[in-house]
Design a protein around this ligand. Structure first.
Ligand code: 3PG
Length: 306
């Protein structure tokens, strides 16, 4: 089978080598398309591929339509909002992710963002410590749990809101379950977002929630830019000059935010939550192994379009 690894933002070399080794050992051919600069290049490359591995690359209906032999697409990572699942399902193409494989890298970034913002982006002036502060985790999944563990080690008090996780489980892990998302925003100095971008969550973080935060509150986004209502974020930062926003996924209006709010906002130049050698290797190798297993045994454990 022909496996196409299409990554606009390439994996570390160690990950690519490992993925090739896993696939070739099982008798598959691997083709690499890295740093491509137009969707047409992906559309052309996928034409004769049996399997596709991507990161945040957009697997649109056009890509699926062009992929005449495609049987499986694996998003090497957690969020699969970049894959048109309906188009996959319509053509009986299995879509998978690799949950948990890059979570630690994202969690470490969230922790570092809190310290960076608390210390005035490492510029002169008196900052503050995160020890003793209260952190609210919105969605207690793979990344949220790791952020909670690390924050507790740093002396933070941690609360979480997740309607899909039993309160008992949070309590067992030393995390206070919030009764409502509003309660969490009202009580926490930091809110770290870990919700996926879905029809339900898109633009769900807006003025009402953000302005509930106590004085000096800081909102962290290592999830998706689509979950933020950007116009309302801008209004919240205008009306509340004490609030801060730090993100790993620049807002569409990021230039405007930077100009208007200076050091109260920060966006990484390119999404870098999963940009560690370890996360690349974990997610990349998992993706390759899942494809090999799917072709060998039909295993669809991580299928997301069931
Ligand atoms: C994910 O959903 O796994 C993360 O957002 C990482 O995305 P990336 O592979 O594009 O860095």
């Amino acid at each position: 089978m022909k496996i196409l690894i299409a990554t606009e933002k390439p994996f570390a070399a160690a990950a690519v080598n490992g993925m090739k080794e896993i696939a070739q050992k099982a008798g598959h051919e691997v083709v690499l398309l890295e740093k491509y600069d137009s969707p047409e290049k992906l559309i052309k490359a996928v034409a004769d591929a049996d399997a596709l591995i991507v990161r945040s690359d957009k697997v649109t209906a056009d890509v699926i339509d062009a992929a005449k032999n495609l049987k499986i697409v694996v998003r090497a990572g957690a969020g699969y909002d970049n894959i048109n699942l309906e188009a996959c399902t319509a053509k009986n193409i299995v879509a998978m992710n690799t949950p948990g494989q890059n979570s630690n890298a994202v969690a470490e970034l969230a922790i570092s963002m809190m310290i960076y913002m608390s210390r005035n982006q490492f510029t002169p002036g008196t900052g503050s410590e995160i020890k003793g502060k209260k952190l609210g985790i919105q969605a207690y999944g793979n990344v949220g749990r790791l952020v909670a563990q690390k924050a507790k080690c740093l002396g933070m008090e941690v609360m979480a809101f997740d309607p899909y996780v039993p309160a008992e489980k949070m309590k067992e892990e030393g995390v206070t379950p919030a009764e409502s998302v509003e309660q969490m925003y009202s009580e926490c100095n930091f809110i770290s977002l870990h919700i996926p971008a879905t029809a339900e969550t898109k633009r769900s973080i807006g003025y009402g929630l953000i302005t509930l935060m106590p004085s000096g509150g800081c909102l962290l986004n290592t999830a998706r830019k689509e979950i933020i209502n950007e116009a309302e974020l801008e209004k919240a930062l205008t009306d509340r000059p004490d609030l801060k926003y730090v993100t790993d996924i620049a807002a569409d209006c990021q230039t405007e935010l930077n100009e208007k709010f200076g050091k109260r906002v920060f966006a990484t130049p390119k999404k870098m939550g999963a940009e560690t050698a370890e996360a690349n290797v974990n997610a990349g190798l998992a993706a390759a192994s899942q494809i090999v297993d799917f072709f060998a045994t039909g295993n669809t454990r991580f299928q997301v379009n069931k």
